[in-house]
Write a protein that binds this ligand. Structure first.
Ligand code: A2P
Length: 329
């Protein structure tokens, strides 16, 4: 299968190439795509070298699948052009996520939303993906009323230039600022831009995308999203109020059996999820599970996952695997 990776020189694009190779996705011809300034650069995939090409060149070659991670504007412009050439697009940007005509998919949660006619499919926001993978089995069991989430997000979520800012600051080099403030030895309570309601766009993505993926607009979500000087993954403190009463032992049992989740919860041994351990894994790690003692039917937990893998590349490739399995590619 001819597969284009749009944004192949970026952090997520590089990870998509790794994940495609690892999972033996049936790529017969790879089209690594980046901006015109990267055209002609070499990319190695499965021990073979490929030239980086422009989106225009890739469209002419009519790939069956294009995995996009090149920012919202690139997606808005090029995804419809690929789709018009017959390519199915899985897009990692926020460009199409809330379009009612586009599916927003986390395979463990709503793979059944996909249809043969979907030509542009949206990959959700990284913080949302890891949260819904853990929440869905609990929603099925106890029905979620309200979620309060605070995130601790890795700089890798902002792309290569952000990782450079952190390392330049750490190594006392001249700094090219990507964030509005110093990130090393700091915590920035702003992820993405501010909206009219004084929430950030990232916070509202977590609200709206959770409802869309879970297929339930009655789930109330409120979020505070925060950038921290970490690379391995995003962490989240999540408080969940259910309609129905639960037992902690049953919550742990459900999560230990849930698709895509690894339960890591043994306080006496100081075992809980951390980015250090989640890094390079496709799983969503859940721990620090305990009852919120201030109100009934409410749970606290801690969720960690590698934002470049399950939060981006792996989820996109898993969507493509569902399409393939259904004979739609
Ligand atoms: P390039 O390296 O040529 O700029 P990151 O998020 O890690 O910064 O990566 C962004 C990715 O999106 C890079 O691969 C970048 O390519 C790519 N990209 C940015 N703008 C375009 C564009 N107009 N067309 C194709 N790819 C683009």
């Amino acid at each position: 299968m001819k597969v284009a990776v749009v944004g192949a020189t970026g952090l997520v694009g590089t990870k998509i190439l790794e994940v495609l190779a690892e999972r033996n996705f049936p790529v017969t011809e790879l089209l690594p795509v980046a901006s015109a300034k990267s055209a002609g650069k070499k990319i190695t995939f499965k021990n073979k070298e490929y030239d980086v090409i422009t989106p225009e060149q890739a469209i002419e070659m009519k790939p069956a699948l294009a995995l996009f991670s090149a920012g919202g504007n690139t997606s808005l412009h090029y995804a419809p052009l690929f789709a018009a050439a017959g390519t199915t697009v899985v897009d990692n940007s926020s460009a199409w996520r809330m379009d009612p005509a586009k599916k927003l998919v986390v395979p463990e949660v709503n793979a059944d939303a996909l249809e043969a006619t979907d030509k542009i499919i949206a990959n959700p926001n990284c913080s949302t993906i890891q949260m819904v993978v853990a929440l869905k089995p609990l929603h099925d069991a106890y029905k979620i009323k309200r979620v309060v989430v605070s995130t601790y997000q890795s700089v890798t979520g902002t792309g290569k230039a952000a990782v450079d800012q952190l390392m330049q600051e750490r190594n006392n080099l001249p700094v090219t600022m990507v964030y509005p403030h110093t990130i090393d030895l700091n915590v920035i309570p702003q992820v993405d831009v501010f909206l009219d309601n004084d929430y950030t766009k990232e916070e509202m993505k977590m609200v709206l995308e959770t409802q869309k993926i879970m297929g339930d607009n009655n789930i109330k979500v409120t979020a505070t999203t925060v950038r921290i000087p970490v690379m391995g993954g995003h962490s989240e403190a999540v408080n969940v109020e259910f309609e129905n009463e639960f037992e902690i032992s049953k919550i742990k049992e459900i999560l230990s059996k849930a698709d895509g989740v690894i339960l890591q919860d043994n306080p006496s041994e100081k075992i809980y999820p951390m980015p250090k351990y989640a890094h390079e894994s496709d799983a969503v790690f859940v721990g620090r599970i305990r009852r919120d003692e201030t109100q009934p039917r409410t749970l606290n937990m801690w969720i960690v996952s590698d934002n470049l893998r399950k939060g981006a590349a792996t989820n996109a490739v898993q969507i493509a695997e569902v399409l393939l399995k259904n004979g739609w590619l």
